[in-house]
Design a protein around this ligand. Structure first.
Ligand code: SF4
Length: 410
């Protein structure tokens, strides 16, 4: 696991980055809150379960990743270690509503976002405990928390720290970081702040290939600086000057993007730079920073959709979970795919609530589950606990008038 650069560590506060010595206790609590015996059964039975004429295939990599596991475990450890202190998260610990609500039930507050109860970073006292999420926080947020003197429990994922190192190196070498990600996502905000750590360091965030094309058009003289600046106004560093800051670029990505798209974007940008400057690596650098957990889950979806004739696929996870959205996007290229927040979205065999990829609102779709034999693919994003996967299987069985337990031992 990577460590936070020494220069960034708080000078005098208590700072926990490698747990709080209560792993065994926390593991027991995690088991209680998120375990699923149905998921265990699927793992032991080739990731397949038959329920009457329904065949359910679980992807072979799914659910909590190592970074999320660790972040949630540290939050439980913090609650155990400091039972009488106020404990806060800077924002959502991970993008799953059930896990965030569990944090509230445990008496952990949120300093920002939809779960905030009005306490903000300005109101913190030195005896308070603050948990930094797996996405990390921006340099300014870190400084503010350090200045408040709070006890910090840093759960920033090692894979995110690796991206920071890349971006920091780009900035140190005079390269602008072009980050494939969402400029408003916590991880990308934290990562892009690393680019401004050095004087003259800059960043630009592209969300998709269409935005990468705009950057290429500017590099190749097909788009004006005004048009570029107007489009990326929220996704660039302060003082960003495209004429100056797109001469030397280094590509990185939010760890949870669609890997194939990240690779294609890096290649497209490279070609634009080559066209403009010739075969000169003094102007272009690239490092694929998709994390292995994201890659494994995307690969597992690919394997599932290409090795089974699925009638449909369910992808379980928070609607604001980047990696879950990308699993849904990938699956939808091969089959009918429904991104559901939890099993309650399976309202009946006729009606499903789900979020189509690229949209922010949930929609309802009718006639999603036909009578008769059906093959259903199932997966879950890196922030989805196993109990929500198991409950989805239970709900599918109910929609067929069956009890899942009757089929587990069959
Ligand atoms: S998705 Fe990847 S980067 Fe994010 S917490 Fe999980 S392992 Fe870490």
């Amino acid at each position: 696991m990577s460590t936070t650069p020494l220069a960034q560590q708080p000078p005098s506060t208590q700072y926990f980055q490698k747990g709080l010595g209560l792993k065994a206790v926390a593991q027991g609590l995690l088991e209680r809150d998120y375990h699923s015996h149905i998921v265990d059964y699927l793992r032991r039975h080739d990731f397949t379960l038959r329920i009457a004429d329904m065949e359910i295939h679980l992807a072979q990599e799914f659910g909590f990743c190592y970074g999320v596991d660790r972040a949630v475990e540290y939050a439980y450890q913090a609650r155990e270690k400091f039972p009488d202190r106020r404990i806060f998260l800077t924002g959502e610990i991970i993008h799953n509503p059930h896990v965030n609500r569990r944090m509230i039930e445990m008496g952990i507050g949120f300093l920002s976002g939809q779960y905030s109860n009005g306490v903000s970073a300005e109101n913190l006292a030195p005896e308070d405990v603050v948990i930094l999420p797996a996405f990390g926080v921006t340099i300014n947020e870190f400084k503010q928390l350090s200045a408040a003197g709070c006890i910090l429990v840093d759960t920033t994922c090692g894979s995110v720290l690796n991206v920071w190192k890349r971006v920091e190196q780009y900035a140190r070498d005079g390269f602008t970081s072009v980050i494939h990600g969402k400029y408003f996502h916590e991880e990308t905000k934290a990562t892009s702040s690393q680019a401004t750590k050095y004087p003259g360091g800059h960043y630009l965030v592209v969300r998709n290939m269409e935005e990468a094309e705009r950057v290429c058009d500017f590099i190749l003289g097909k788009l004006s600086r005004e048009e570029l600046l107007a489009h990326f106004v929220k996704a660039i560093s302060p003082g960003f000057d495209p004429d100056l800051h797109l001469q030397k670029i280094g590509v990185a990505n939010q760890t949870t993007m669609l890997s194939s798209e990240s690779l294609a974007i890096a290649e497209r940008l490279k070609q634009a730079i080559l066209s403009k400057y010739g075969a000169d690596d003094a102007h272009f650098r690239n490092f694929d920073t998709i994390c292995s957990a994201t890659q494994d889950r995307q690969d597992a979806v690919m394997k599932l959709v290409t090795s089974h004739q699925l009638d449909l696929m369910l992808i379980v996870g928070g609607y604001n979970s980047s990696n879950t959205n990308h699993l849904a996007a990938l699956a939808s290229q091969y089959t009918r795919a429904y991104h559901i927040e939890d099993p309650r979205c399976l309202m009946s065999a006729e009606l499903i609530r789900h979020k189509p990829f690229g949209q922010s609102e949930e929609v309802e779709t009718r006639d999603w589950l036909a009578a008769g034999p059906v093959k259903i693919g199932l997966t879950a994003g890196a922030s989805t606990p196993n109990n929500k996967i198991g409950e989805t299987v239970v709900r599918l069985a109910e929609l067929r008038g069956e009890k899942v337990e009757a089929w587990l031992s069959a």
